[in-house]
Design a binder for this molecule. Sequence first.
Ligand code: KG4
Ligand code: ZN
Length: 366
Amino acid sequence: MIQRNHSNALDRSSAERGYLLGIETSCDETAAAVLSLDGVLCSNIVASQHEVHRRFGGVVPELASRKHTEQIEDVVQEAVCCAKIKLADVKAIAVTQGPGLAGALLVGVSFGKALAYAQSIPWVAVNHLEGHLASAWLEQPELNTPCVILVVSGGHTHVYFVPRFQEYHLIGRTLDDAAGEAFDKGAKMLGLDFPGGPALDQLARSGNPQAVRFPRPYLNRGGLNFSFSGLKTSLLYYLRDLKKNDKECALADVAAGYQEAIVDVLVEKTFRAVRRYKVETVAVVGGVSANSRLRTVLKDRSAESGVQLIVPSLGLCTDNAAMIATAGLWAYDRGDFASWDVDAKANLQTKLCHLVEATDVEVVNQ
Ligand code: KG4
Ligand code: ZN
């Protein structure tokens, strides 16, 4: 399914400066977006592969690569067409280099590089995580620093202190599973369809979050790290005991209780970071930031504490190329172009500026 989101709000100066094309193929979304070099989002196309992977209950890497290959040309064409520009107006191409599925990344990088070479324009290699971080600025270019940003996706649960624009200090991370994995695996145990996170979110809406209480891992520790694997095991045992004892329990209550535990930990730790780093702005980005309960609790909590909250609109939380184009535009402005021999890298480490891992946070008492 191709989703469209485009704006015609371009002025003459955008057209004169030109455009940047963003491409994202790190997992199971084939996506392309056009951003004017002044930062106006002109088109944002996402072709989801959920139908392909649904019957397997998870993303099958080989099928993902094949589907990207089938779709990428149409998706890029659609992005250019929706932006009402010509390919010749594109001055640079930004592509997700990693981290992600090797074969899937390779499709986007090969396509983007070939197109850039053919058009005699530069290409920019974007770190997927930097793309998620950039999504905080996409709709809020005036987002103030210092701030705290929580990145919650299928592969990452990272908290950053951002003292200045484009400077990130990693101050907390998951020690095992990412929050998105906890949602996906929890959904699987509950017998829900792929993709699990949105399905669990949906089911939990009709449940009582207080009916079943699951543990809040790592909440009582002073630090900013997370752990979700024990929570997953609690759900497994809870469902096993229900079955063994032939007990009845509304699955919606179980889903709501499980979701509440994840949300509780994410919100508590994020606001712990807000207090510790004394910031007045917090952003939450990545696929899990689409979760309805997380968005509600974050909103209430930020209103209570007088902190400005930035959460992208739904289509910009999950993987998309608008965020890759935004991070790509920052690199373009820095003149940070990739050479032709740079390739996709599944385990790409962050090349974010000034990355500092605050390893001492666990021993600091709150
Ligand atoms: O950012 P993303 O699209 O891809 C990665 O970079 O991983 O995040 C995907 C993750 C998946 O685990 C998915 O289940 C989760 O985000 N997700 C949600 C919701 N929408 C997506 N989790 C909970 N509630 C949602 N509504
Ligand atoms: Zn992502």
